[in-house]
Write a protein that binds this ligand. Sequence first.
Ligand code: 8YV
Length: 319
Amino acid sequence: MTRPVLWFPRRLSDATLERAQANYDCIINWEDGLSTPDEIVAMSARVDGIVPCHSEVFSADVVARLGPRLRIIANHSVGVDHCDLSALAARGIAVTNTPDVLSDATAEIAMLLMLGAARRAVEGDRLVRTGAWQVWSPSFMVGKQVTGARLGIIGMGRVGRAFAEKARGFGMEIHYYNRTRLNPEQEQGATFHDAIESLLAVSDFLSLHCPATPETTGLMNAERFSLLPDGAVIVNTARGALVDEAALLAALSSGKLSAAGLDCFQTEPGGNPAFAAHENIFMLPHIGSATGQTRDAMGFRALDNLDAFFRGDRPGDLL
Ligand code: 8YV
């Protein structure tokens, strides 16, 4: 029996690629560079499945030009905002993602960003590293404490709940906004808000965990920043599109926000060069799920979905 042919446009973990090659004919981009839309289209004519990351964009234009052989896009990501789902559905191409397995790793990065932003990690590191640390006083580098503070979470899905669980360990009071209220077992005592505006009013710390969709693009704009308590800290490990970056800079410059912790940016890779001058922005280059264990789990989850699909079963993470 001929084996399905898969294209890996990025170099996934060794364990993932080893398992993939045992069961499929694989075309692997060992160099790991980005593919242009034309390259994605050209490759789609040669394969039955593609295993992309969020870095490969399947816009309506790309989808319209995909080859007839392609049957499934098995994403190595939980977010699927890089895929035009309705265009893919219209073409009859199956799409899967990798939920659950990256929730803890992403929540850990959210915690790192929250603490680093609150306790001025960028500034402190720079002072020690450059030899500019000349004084110490009780009023030196005073930050914001998370213990006992109110944490607002927008999007109480798997990652939001994993972050809430970790934040509870820090003694934070959890509030959340979600499209639907969670059941008490999932809520774990968190306070539900049926409007983002009421959540913002009580969010000493605010963390974004919702997907990027046309509805959530620019969710955090100037008006919404103004509703936060003075000196609030915002954390974004979800998608850059959720934040109006000019409004964020204005809120940081005015002191409305005391700090931000960002793993996601409107422009990736690269980020926003205007952020560099602000030491109260603690930044990481979209590495929320970048642990060895999680990368393997994401790759295996994508392969589980492919195995089910090519067996003729419904993949567990079919969208
Ligand atoms: C991944 C992510 O690293 O899964 C997602 O949606 O944003 C990241 O954690 C990336 O998408 C890998 O493809």
